[in-house]
Design a protein around this ligand. Structure first.
Ligand code: F3S
Length: 402
C-alpha cells in the first residue's frame, strides 16, 4: 500500500500497461517518493542523465541499460552527462579499444531510448535550457546547482537511474527542492574579498561549501561574475558542500524573493588562501593539464586559443580542453581548434578527467577547477589549481611555477 497519490494513468504505468521500462521507472519513482514523503508526481520539462561512463557503470550497469532500452523511450528532452571517452577521438586520448567497445555499447543503449547523445555537464549551453521556475530532473551535481541557482529552475540532485526513470515517465516525485519551503536560504554568507580569476570561484565554492555544509547559502558581497565564473562556483560549492542551491544577492534570479537569514558567516581572503592551500598539493612537474570542468564554454576555448597561439605543449605533458562536441564544432568554425591542436593541445569532447579511466595514468594535474582537483585526487593525481593563464603556462613548460 503506497501513500502517494497516483493518477489513474500513473497507476496503469505502475501496473505495467505501458511496458517494462515504464513499469520499472514507476517503481523507482514511487519508491523514492515514499522514502522522501512526496504526495504526488509532477511533470518535468527536461532530464539530464549521469552515469554514462563505462568506467563507473561496468557490465552490470550496461546490462541494466540494455534491459530498459528494449522498450523504453524518453518522453521529454533528455541529454547525457560526459562519457568515459571522446566518442570520436578516443584513440588520441589513450583509451583502449576494449574500453571503447564497451563505452559504445552504453551509448547505443542511450541512443535507442531517444536520448540526445550530448555527453556534457553543461547541457544549459547546448540547448537543454530550462525556464525559471520549471521543474526538471537533472543528475549532474554542477548542472543541478546551476539550474537551481543561476537559472531558478527546480530539481533535486537525481541519481542516474532516477533521472532515467523521470525521462521514461516524464515526471518526478514532488519533494525536496521541488517545494518552495525547502528552497529558503539558511545562512547569510558575507564575502569580504575580491575574486580576480576563474579559479578564485572554485576556491570560494570550497570555502563556502565547507562552512555551510548542508545549509543553503544566501551570499552577499559579490558584485560581478560572468557565466564561466558561476559554472565554476556551482561545481565547487556542491562538491565541497552538499546542497545544490545558493542565492547571490542581485545576481541570481530568485535572490530578490528571499530575505537574508539571521545566521551569518564571513568569507575573507584568508578563507580563499586556505582553499588554495588545501586543494593544491606539493608538486612541480605536471603530466596532465586539463581545462573545462565544467565543460568549457566557447569563451573559455577562445581564451585558451589566444594564450597558446604560437607556443608548444611541453614533451611529457598532455594538455586537454574538455568541452561538449557542440562547443568544439563552434571552435572548429572559429579557428580555435586549429590553433590549440597546432600547439599540441587535444580536445576531450564528450568526456572529462573525472569519468575517463585515468587512474594511475598521470601522476599530476593542473586545472582551473576545484571539483576537478577533488576527483583527480581519487584518480591518484597530485593537483594544482589556478587560472587559465597558469594552466597554459604549465602546459607549455611542464611545470607549475607559483
Ligand atoms: Fe563536468 Fe566532469 Fe567536471 S562532469 S563538472 S567536467 S568532473
Amino acid at each position: 500500500m503506497i501513500s502517494m497519490q497516483l493518477t489513474k494513468q500513473e497507476q496503469k504505468m505502475l501496473d505495467g500497461a505501458e511496458g517494462y521500462a515504464v513499469r520499472k521507472s514507476m517503481e523507482i519513482l514511487v519508491a523514492l517518493g515514499e522514502i522522501y514523503g512526496a504526495k504526488s508526481l509532477i511533470d518535468v520539462g527536461s532530464v539530464q542523465v549521469s552515469g554514462v561512463s563505462y568506467n563507473n557503470l561496468g557490465d552490470a550497469g550496461l546490462e541494466f541499460l540494455d534491459e530498459l532500452a528494449k522498450d523504453g523511450k524518453v518522453r521529454v528532452l533528455t541529454t547525457l552527462n560526459p562519457a568515459g571517452m571522446d566518442l570520436e577521438n578516443w584513440r588520441q586520448l589513450g583509451i583502449s579499444p576494449e574500453f571503447a567497445e564497451k563505452q559504445n555499447l552504453v551509448i547505443k543503449a542511450f541512443e535507442k531510448m531517444g536520448i540526445i547523445i550530448s555527453c556534457t555537464c553543461t547541457p544549459y549551453l547546448i540547448g537543454n535550457l530550462p525556464l525559471f521556475g520549471e521543474h526538471i530532473a537533472w543528475s549532474e551535481s554542477s548542472a543541478v546547482t546551476f539550474a537551481n541557482s543561476v537559472i531558478g529552475a527546480k530539481t533535486n540532485k537525481e541519481g542516474g537511474p532516477s533521472a532515467l526513470a523521470a525521462a521514461f515517465v516524464g515526471k518526478t516525485p514532488c519533494y525536496g527542492l521541488h517545494l518552495d519551503e525547502n528552497r529558503v536560504p539558511d545562512v547569510h554568507v558575507k564575502v569580504n574579498t575580491e575574486l580576480t580569476k576563474l579559479s578564485d570561484w572554485g576556491a570560494l565554492g570550497y570555502a563556502i561549501g565547507k562552512k555551510v555544509e548542508n545549509k543553503i547559502p544566501y551570499i552577499t558581497g559579490v558584485s560581478s561574475a560572468n557565466l564561466d565564473d558561476l559554472k565554476s562556483f556551482c561545481a565547487s560549492v556542491v562538491t565541497y558542500g552538499a546542497k545544490p542551491l545558493f542565492y547571490i544577492k542581485g545576481m541570481t534570479p530568485a535572490s530578490e524573493q528571499q530575505t537574508p537569514p539571521k545566521e551569518t558567516i564571513a568569507v575573507d581572503q584568508a578563507d580563499i588562501k586556505n582553499a588554495y592551500d588545501n586543494i593544491n598539493d606539493q608538486v612541480t612537474d605536471i603530466e596532465l593539464v586539463c581545462v573545462g570542468c565544467p565543460h568549457c564554454s566557447i569563451n573559455e576555448i577562445a581564451k585558451v586559443a589566444e594564450l597558446v597561439e604560437g607556443k608548444k605543449v611541453a614533451d611529457g605533458t598532455e594538455f586537454w580542453v574538455a568541452t561538449s562536441r557542440t562547443a568544439k564544432q563552434l571552435a572548429d568554425k572559429r579557428g580555435y581548434t586549429a590553433v590549440i591542436e597546432e600547439a599540441g593541445g587535444k580536445f576531450a569532447c564528450d568526456t572529462c578527467m573525472a569519468v575517463a579511466p585515468l587512474k594511475g595514468r598521470f601522476k599530476s594535474l593542473a586545472t582551473t577547477s576545484a571539483k576537478g582537483c577533488f576527483y583527480s585526487r581519487q584518480n591518484l593525481m597530485k593537483t594544482k589549481m589556478g587560472s587559465i593563464e597558469e594552466c597554459v603556462q604549465a602546459a607549455v613548460s611542464g611545470k607549475w611555477n607559483s
